[in-house]
Design a protein. Structure first.
Length: 272
């Protein structure tokens, strides 16, 4: 009940007026029956905008952090995610992964739509990263199609860490359903799962026009964070008494130079 109240009365009408979602491919969403919507992930608001433009209910598996935050932001995030019918999951791996699989399958077994982010986390720099194979395993186990979805400019509307979004138009492109029934019964084959996942990511790349990076987004975030910490230590060391001022200026200047993978650049710091 709360889901439809938020969508139809509280959030829905307001967000449609403010952000004017430009949607393509709604005809690819089945009128009934289970399916997985596999989306790129640019912003927290992806889980709000996609259900907003669909007639059917869409349930996302959301990381448990969204439900356990502190302060006003944490409280508001938990209420929105819960109200939108999102299911909290533990992404630590192992038994937690099996629990996430069971949670997703329970949604599909009821004939409903399930939303997944194959990248596993938000992109740190608006590029598309390597997909996790959980989406393929779930599709084969449940025997359902996978519908690729590209979110456009949601990272500009609500950058990572920003509570109040920027008012601007966003886009959503929905692709044709992908049928993987030819791999029925092969959900235990890791090579098949990787092949299916790569096919899904290719379709997302085509829809979104994002640059593809053949590494996990979590690995890139760790790499950027490590560089940022190293740079902070260098600046701290250079600022100690007895260090030459020109040397400190050189270190700061190096950090200010534009370049690929510079953790202090405008392109990178929002993703940390």
């Amino acid at each position: 009940m709360l889901y439809w109240f938020l969508k139809s009365v509280v959030l829905g009408p307001l967000l449609k007026v403010l952000f004017r979602p430009r949607v393509e491919g709604l005809e690819h969403i089945p009128a009934d029956g289970a399916a997985i919507l596999a989306s790129n992930h640019l912003s927290f608001s992806d889980s709000v905008f996609l259900p907003l433009v669909m007639e059917r209910r869409l349930t996302f598996l959301a990381k448990s952090d969204y439900f356990t935050g502190s302060g006003i932001k944490g409280w508001l995030t938990a209420r929105i995610m819960g109200g939108l019918g999102q299911l909290p999951i533990d992404r630590s791996g192992g038994k937690a992964s099996e629990a996430a699989l069971r949670a997703g399958l329970s949604v599909l077994d009821q004939g409903d739509l399930l939303g997944l982010y194959p990248e596993g986390t938000r992109s740190p720099d608006a590029r598309l990263y390597r997909g996790r194979t959980g989406v393929a395993r779930m599709a084969l186990t449940a025997g359902v199609p996978v519908i690729p979805v590209a979110m456009i400019d949601t990272d500009k509307a609500q950058p990572t860490g920003q509570l109040i979004p920027n008012i601007r138009r966003i886009g959503i492109k929905i692709g044709k359903p992908l049928d993987f029934s030819r791999y029925e019964g092969m959900e235990g084959d890791r090579f098949v799962l990787r092949s299916i996942t790569d096919e899904i990511m290719y379709e997302l790349m085509q829809l979104s026009d994002q640059e593809y990076v053949d590494m996990y987004a979590t690995s890139m975030k760790e790499k950027l964070l490590t560089k940022a910490k190293r740079r902070a230590r260098e600046l701290q060391e250079a600022a100690r008494p007895g260090r030459a001022a020109p040397e400190l200026e050189d270190i700061i200047e190096q950090g200010d130079r534009p370049g690929d993978n510079n953790p202090w650049s405008e392109e990178s710091k929002d993703g940390l």
